[in-house]
Design a protein around this ligand. Structure first.
Ligand code: IPE
Ligand code: IPE
Ligand code: MG
Length: 245
């Protein structure tokens, strides 16, 4: 159902699994690190466009807790890239009124990187432009385990009755507390899976699988994905009649 049935869904939160950096570099006969550098360039150039589109929230998956299983050299390149990204881009992101939040487990991340993360969050705390969540050392299951631990502590402290646990309490104990669930998830690089991303939050998210590898993803391809999203029929379990009410 397209065009004749255009729905213009509200796109408040866009999430992206930025996949395909390694294959991009391998195809060019380059080291994998070059693919990750290309990936950062791609993100940098899309941020401006996403700002122009006035999408309030963007969440990007940049390093998963499962990515620690990669060779040490690749992990260290990825840590260096985050360091560099914060050091070189932070001021510009701040000038563009972007609020940065790094979601994921801080344990295991080198302490100097944690300090950079904290300083980027602090500097941009009061910005009210694009709300950018970078998922780094993140996985959806780890986030849920962390949330259960926090809820368990509240119960132990006598602040919460287990009978009162509801969906809001779980949401409010996730790294993404206070941020609406994504409306659209794009995964580049042609794999058709979630890979442990935002497991709770994706309950009713529209999913778009993109063939292009992340370093080749650009504003034209993003615009196609958004057009496709606007033509989706989001029902949230209801049927047409009840949606009118
Ligand atoms: C995504 O690209 C970036 C990270 C997971 C860190 P990949 O490195 O997974 O690229 P492919 O999937 O091997 O091509
Ligand atoms: C997902 O990509 C994680 C990121 C993009 C950071 P992966 O490349 O790690 O996922 P799999 O291994 O293909 O499922
Ligand atoms: Mg991959």
């Amino acid at each position: 159902m397209k065009d004749s049935n255009k729905r213009e869904n509200n796109l408040s939160h866009l999430a992206i699994i930025m996949d395909g950096n390694g294959r991009w570099s391998e195809k060019k006969g380059l080291p994998r690190e070059d693919g990750h550098i290309g990936g950062v360039k791609s993100l940098r150039s899309l941020l401006g466009y996403i700002g122009e589109l006035e999408i309030p929230y963007l969440t990007v998956f940049s390093f998963s807790t499962d990515n620690w299983k990669r060779p040490k050299s690749e992990i260290s390149n990825l840590m260096n890239l985050l360091r560099k990204f914060i050091q070189t881009d932070l001021i510009e992101l701040h000038m563009n009124n972007i609020k940065i939040r790094i979601i994921g487990n801080r344990e295991g991340i080198p302490s100097d990187v944690v300090k950079l993360i904290e300083s980027s969050e602090l500097l941009t705390e009061d910005n009210n432009g694009l709300y950018l969540q970078i998922a780094f050392n993140y996985s959806g299951r780890d986030e849920l385990v962390n949330s259960v631990k926090k809820i368990g502590s509240s119960i132990k402290a006598g602040d919460l009755d287990p009978h009162n646990i509801n969906e809001d309490i779980i949401s409010n104990n996730l790294f993404t507390a206070g941020v609406p669930d994504p409306d659209l998830l794009i995964r580049t690089g042609s794999e058709k899976r979630i890979s442990n991303f935002l497991l709770w939050q994706l309950a009713y998210t529209e999913i778009y699988f993109e063939e292009a590898l992340w370093p080749d993803f650009n504003k034209e391809l993003l615009s196609e994905a958004i057009d496709d999203f606007h033509n989706r029929y989001r029902r949230f379990g209801r049927i047409e009649e009840s949606l009118k009410k």
